[in-house]
Design a binder for this molecule. Structure first.
Ligand SMILES: [Zn+2]
Ligand SMILES: [Zn+2]
Length: 171
């Protein structure tokens, strides 16, 4: 698990952990919070905790949505992601009911993707301030337009535990 750590020591540390960006859980362990949002700042998110899943998605829908060869997905439980500003400025596009893609109506940035079936929300990793992105797998590699030789597992579609075939592909 990746933790967000403030680059402060001594007295500053106490002040740092008292800020909304970081707080202690009942266990005395620091829990990360992240800020995300669109390019123009009209829409802002606050995310609690570290992503449950970090994965590169190669599917044609994500590529079309972002106009990018690969989508760097970071998924949190839906309850961990709050829209703190500009909820009424979010547009919604659903190619399928599996993915509720939301974007800023002002700047067009991709803000989040709701996956109601999984109870998860994907916030594109590039928009999450301070997140040290560490993907652990590739999904929908069967639809790839760009090979990535990083040694991570490559799923043809999805792992079985996420409702996929679990089939693996070579890099
Ligand atoms: Zn915007
Ligand atoms: Zn995708």
């Amino acid at each position: 698990m990746q933790r967000h750590v403030h680059a402060t020591v001594g007295p500053d540390y106490a002040r740092a952990v008292a800020t909304p960006r970081s707080h202690f859980t009942g266990q005395g362990k620091p829990m990360s919070t992240y800020k995300a949002g669109c390019m123009c700042g009209a829409v802002q998110l606050e995310i609690t905790g570290d992503p449950a899943v970090q994965a590169f998605c190669h599917c044609s829908s994500c590529r079309g949505w972002l106009s990018a060869p690969i989508h760097a997905a970071a998924l949190w439980p839906a309850t961990s992601v709050k829209v703190t500003k500009g909820a009424d400025n979010l547009g919604l596009y659903k190619k399928t009911e599996n993915s509720h893609r939301q974007f800023c109506r002002s700047c067009g940035a991709a803000v989040l993707v709701g996956h109601p079936g999984m109870g998860m929300v994907d916030v594109p990793a590039g928009s999450v301030a301070g997140l040290s992105y560490k993907p652990t797998l590739h999904v929908h590699y069967g639809e790839k337009v760009m090979a990535v030789k990083d040694g991570l597992p490559k799923f043809k579609d999805f792992p079985k535990e996420f409702g996929g075939s679990g089939d693996m592909l070579a890099e």
